[in-house]
Design a protein around this ligand. Structure first.
Ligand code: ATP
Ligand code: MG
Length: 420
């Protein structure tokens, strides 16, 4: 991709209301544009990152037997009345049609998926089943803040699982926890899992997955030597106590809740009479689990966990492009531009995604500043100087030093550096 053609360029000034690193850097880098508080347009560069995150999530959900579907955002009021949540969920967006009929804009999808599963599941042979969606959700948040971390319109993956009994759900729940750990590891994020209260509608088991960063809204109490962590809101331990798991030292840190998974029991299957016939011919309620993960919030959390004073430092797995090629053409001839175009082709032929800053009128300093702001993990520079040595300058976003690589070998080296 030629940077000169890319829609959505870097911006020199930060948005005046940016209250966090992701709000500032995602806008300045040309990843998103704020339409209004809590609502963003995803520009081509930002959408590439979001799609990569979504694909990692999708692959891990497929790997544990999840089947993807797409559910409506516009939802009937009656379904929300059936669960008693029409009046209880404070962040529910409610709409009135010109006909007077009322709707909800889906903040979550239990009210849709439970009756949907009821239409297809009759016997114990139809269970278990796990279904997921990756789509836009709406919440009337009192205060949208921290860029894409708390929006009124945002992306979420929700997985719902349906089981014949509690034991079957109990066996599946840790499988999802492992898949979540795999997702965060692949995104290059350090996370802590806390056990949480199940919210208003179920007092059952629930776990939160927190990305540790100062930008987080949640205060955690966690152990410096083992995996123990609790949300301070509900913590049974005090920071001065020894770790209840290993006796180690406890710390207070902040976390961004990127995922939250729940044992729903039969709350929703009771509301919608979701039942099946067991092997003995008896009717029994379906037992449910639900597993949320904020995909757009995760993009924000990735920025909060990976930036410096110059810009973003995307992990390789979610970067919008693999390599940022900068050509610094001199006054005479087109040798530099030709070599850059040739290298772009060579890299792309090997499956490397390249953003080529081909702008002829822009200074080296400005191009380097843009490369640092955008944060692609590898920067390659071709100039008359490097061409004279038949080489390319190599610089990783997370390192300060540069060195030269032979022009003929750099594509191959890039592929192996990317672990492809
Ligand atoms: P929070 O406590 O942050 O308000 P929640 O507990 O209400 O979130 P869940 O219902 O558990 O959120 O939703 C699952 C996931 O969706 C969250 O873990 C988070 O990653 C994401 N999410 C929830 N609300 C928002 C929002 N307003 N903007 C962006 N992502 C969100
Ligand atoms: Mg939650």
């Amino acid at each position: 991709m030629r940077y000169s053609h890319l829609f959505g360029k870097t911006r020199k000034t930060a948005p005046h209301d940016a209250d966090s690193a992701n709000a500032r850097l995602l806008v300045q880098g040309g990843f998103v544009d704020q339409t209004m508080a809590g609502v963003y347009s995803w520009l081509p560069l930002g959408l590439r990152v979001l799609r990569k995150v979504e694909n990692i999530v999708r692959e891990e959900m497929n790997a544990i037997g999840g089947q993807e579907l797409l559910l409506p955002a516009l939802q009937p009021k009656e379904n929300w009345q059936k669960t008693g949540r029409w009046d209880k969920v404070d962040v529910l967006f409610k709409l009135k049609s010109q006909t007077g009929k009322e709707y909800a804009l889906g903040p979550t999808h239990e009210e849709i998926i439970t009756p949907l599963v009821g239409a297809f599941v009759q016997s114990y042979k139809d269970l278990p089943v796990a279904l997921f969606q990756i789509q836009t959700k709406f919440r009337d948040e009192l205060r949208a803040k921290s860029g894409v971390l708390r929006g009124r319109e945002f992306g979420m993956k929700d997985l719902y699982s349906f089981h014949r009994n509690v034991e079957e759900l109990n066996a599946y729940y840790p499988t999802v926890m492992r898949a979540y750990n795999e997702i965060f590891t692949r995104c290059g994020l350090d996370i802590r899992v806390t056990e949480a209260s199940g919210g208003t509608f179920t007092k059952k088991r629930s776990h939160e997955f927190h990305v540790l960063t100062e930008a987080g809204e949640d205060r955690l109490v966690l152990c410096s030597s083992c995996s123990f962590a609790e949300n301070e809101e509900i913590a049974k331990v005090a920071i001065k106590d020894p770790c209840p798991q290993c006796g180690g030292k406890l710390l207070g840190l902040k976390g961004i809740e990127a995922g939250n998974i729940f044992d729903l029991g039969t709350f929703f299957s009771d509301a919608f009479d979701l039942a099946f016939t067991d092997a003995e011919g008896a009717r029994r309620r379906v037992v449910m689990g639900c597993y949320g993960l904020g995909t757009t919030r995760l993009v924000g959390a990735l920025v909060e966990a990976n930036y410096d004073e110059r810009g973003i430092r995307w992990p390789k797995s979610v970067a919008p492009y693999d390599a940022h090629l900068v050509s610094l053409a001199g006054k005479k001839g087109t040798a530099v531009a030709d070599a850059a175009e040739q290298l772009t082709r060579e890299l792309e032929a090997r499956g490397v995604e390249v953003l080529w800053d081909d702008r002829p009128e822009v200074s080296a300093g400005e191009k380097f500043a843009d490369a640092d702001l955008i944060g692609i993990p590898l920067r390659l520079v071709i100039s008359e100087k490097t061409l004279a040595k038949e080489s390319v300058e190599w610089k990783q976003r997370t390192a300060d030093e540069t060195h030269l690589e032979p022009l003929t070998a750099v594509a191959e080296k890039t592929v192996s550096w990317l672990n492809r």
